[in-house]
Design a protein around this ligand. Structure first.
Ligand code: LMR
Length: 396
């Protein structure tokens, strides 16, 4: 059977991890996969996570299965973190999922069950795995204009015009904050305009929040979700604890549905639990148990917010550092947009050939689109990085 298969190509983002690891040049820089790094280039376990894990080791008395929906205490805490008090509890259902990707995959399965012909409109560009992941579940995707590559702004008018022409019942995939890959988020007024179009056209918002806390703060980063929840009858929200709790490999996320009333919510809840059973049966527990302990304990929660703020500030500072270093080393290109991006990512705005040259000649790794993860920048490597970028400009 397997002779009919051909090798799949390496993942555009995850493939860079191995490539960078195998590079023996000491000056190499990894601006690829979206993981946070300290100024020492490490991705350590958060202190607060270590503390909660110790509590878990001391107190956990069973490794028996949890249900398809995961742990109720985790789901309640995450629902509050996501929605605040923006939506009535009796219209909401939240389940624990294996990371944000697991959440997106279950969401796709639910859309396939409820409305298989619905088109999912996604920003152009969007996270490189959105189309493979959602398309792999059978959904059809179409792009809406988003990133203006010349001026480094959101094409908000074109986006709204495209969505205004989408058929009722279609799905609009939105990033809650820290848009991946562009780092450009709509303003609060633009979020309201997006919600207006979604309500007018009878579209279903599907919001992916993988970076809550990495732009401004936990509440403001959830503005789009909370505003939308007050406007629409139905909505889907996927969240991830990979970045803001640093729990990448433990796979922690949630999937929430806002339904039009409590009866509809109960039906959605039964369907999603049934669907989960057909995919992975029950979600992994450890990371979610850690998050639940943190969110239910005032002291741990405060400690977490301090660590989250440190991560947020570091990525903000590194964008300014790179933007300033490039302003010093390059006179005929404007890189000031880097400092305006939110979260871990932005586009450098160079060609795929220049990206390839940066990798080959300078050991600087980034996604082909020139998306950079600014957490790979440090005060020690920024000059080398800016000089490497400067050396490749003008070359094709
Ligand atoms: C990224 O965009 O780099 C992260 O979300 C990691 C991933 O799975 O792609």
């Amino acid at each position: 059977m397997f002779e009919s298969l051909q090798a799949a190509s390496a993942d555009a983002i995850l493939g860079l991890i191995a490539e960078h690891k195998n590079d023996t040049r000491p000056e190499k820089i990894d601006l690829g996969v979206g993981v946070y790094r300290t100024a020492a280039g490490e991705t350590p376990v958060l202190e607060v996570v270590k503390r909660a894990e110790q509590i878990l080791i001391d107190t956990q008395d069973s490794k028996s299965y949890i249900g398809t929906a995961g742990a109720a205490d985790f789901n309640a805490a995450m629902q509050a973190l996501t929605f605040g008090d923006a939506a009535p509890d009796d219209r909401l259902v939240t389940i624990q999922t294996p990371g944000g990707s697991g959440s997106l995959r279950v969401a796709a399965g639910m859309i396939m069950r409820a409305s298989p012909d619905a088109v999912v409109w996604a920003s152009e560009p969007t996270w490189a795995n959105h189309a493979p992941l959602l398309g792999g579940a059978g959904l059809k995707l179409k792009p809406y204009p988003y990133y203006d590559t010349e001026n480094h702004v959101i094409k908000i008018d074109e986006m709204l015009a495209t969505l205004s022409a989408a058929p009722a019942g279609d799905v609009v995939l939105l990033h809650a904050c820290c848009h991946n890959p562009s780092g450009l988020d709509p303003s609060q007024d633009e979020c309201k305009a997006i919600a207006d179009v979604i309500v007018e056209r009878g579209l279903l918002p599907f919001i992916d929040m993988a970076y809550q806390g990495f732009a401004d703060n936990l509440d403001d980063d959830a503005f789009l979700i909370r505003h939308m929840a007050g406007r629409v009858p139905e909505m889907i929200v996927a969240t991830s604890c990979s970045k803001n709790f640093g729990l990448y490999r433990d796979r922690v996320g949630t999937l929430s549905f806002l339904a039009s009333d409590s009866d509809a919510r109960d039906i959605v809840s039964s369907q999603v639990n049934n669907l989960v059973r057909t995919i992975y049966s029950v979600p992994p527990d450890h990371g979610a148990a850690v998050v639940s302990l943190i969110l239910h304990d005032d002291e741990l929660c405060k400690a977490w917010m301090i660590e989250l703020e440190e991560m947020r500030e570091r990525v903000r500072e590194m964008k300014i550092l790179l933007s300033d270093a490039l302003a010093e080393q390059v006179s005929d290109y404007d890189f000031s947009h880097i400092a305006r991006a939110r979260g871990m990512f932005c586009f450098l705005g160079i060609s795929a050939q220049q990206v390839a040259r940066l990798k080959k000649e300078f050991g600087v790794y980034m996604v082909d689109s020139s998306r950079i993860n600014v957490a790979g920048i440090t005060p020690d490597n920024v000059s080398y990085l800016a000089a490497s970028i400067a050396a490749t400009l003008g070359s094709e």
